[in-house]
Design a protein around this ligand. Structure first.
Ligand code: OGA
Ligand code: MN
Length: 214
């Protein structure tokens, strides 16, 4: 028997290959969402979460105009995190099987946007850098309504002026995007907004060998 999750992953990866992005609702079960929210709220309570950075390598800085969010790296410590990393691993394998991107590792962080928080239009990787290849965003917000705002705007490419879609950050929804190609923006919301952002990367040294011109 084929499980729903396998169908969701296959459809998402197909869409990612066709369009450069994919959106799948109800991809993470309410039970797992509850565990992930608990873990994120623990970190909020204990202060184990910091202002999100913008930029690359040594140049990473806090830029309150570009981004207003707290972030905290995900480990393999709690049941929720373990499930999430296992889920990401299934996606990684499916992408490698179907799109042959040679994804090598995954890193992810919890995000907590205060009321009015945002992350302005950006791409997650510079062209030719070959580091972050596919981005994943998973949303944790229960009972979210359109009037709360906080959508994820997605543009088809650098040149696009209008977003191709606005995705509500509803619990269980998972978005995949090609990290170099797809500009996106987390819009400000009237409520606190919680998410996980993750990046599938290639092994930087082998990437250099595969395509030395980059
Ligand atoms: C990011 C990001 C989107 C969101 O952290 O790089 O694009 O909806 N997040 O929070
Ligand atoms: Mn991003």
């Amino acid at each position: 028997m084929i499980h729903k999750i396998e169908i969701d992953i296959k459809n998402s990866v197909d869409d990612l290959g066709k369009n450069g992005y994919s959106i799948c609702e109800n991809m993470i079960s309410p039970e797992i969402i509850t565990l992930l929210i608990q873990e994120l709220e623990n970190r909020e309570r204990t202060g184990d979460i910091k202002a999100g950075l913008v930029g690359r390598g040594e140049a990473k800085t806090i830029d309150g105009k570009q981004r207003d969010v707290l972030s905290s790296w995900i480990g393999n410590d709690t049941a929720g995190e373990k499930y999430f990393l296992d889920f990401a691993e299934q996606i990684r394998l499916s992408i490698n099987r179907n799109l042959m991107l040679g994804l090598f590792e995954f890193e992810s962080q919890f995000l907590h946007y205060p009321i009015g928080g945002f992350y302005k239009r950006h791409v997650d990787a510079l062209k030719g850098n070959r580091n972050r290849i596919v981005s994943m965003v998973a949303y944790l917000n229960q009972n979210w309504s359109d009037a709360d705002g906080g959508s994820l705007a997605i543009w088809e490419n650098d040149q696009s002026l209008r977003p191709v879609i606005e995705v509500m950050p509803t619990a269980g929804t998972v978005v995949l995007m090609l990290s170099e190609d797809i500009p996106h923006e987390a819009r400000s919301a009237l409520r606190e907004r919680r998410a996980i952002a993750g990046w599938f990367r290639v092994n930087p040294s082998s990437a250099g060998q595969i395509n030395p011109s980059h």
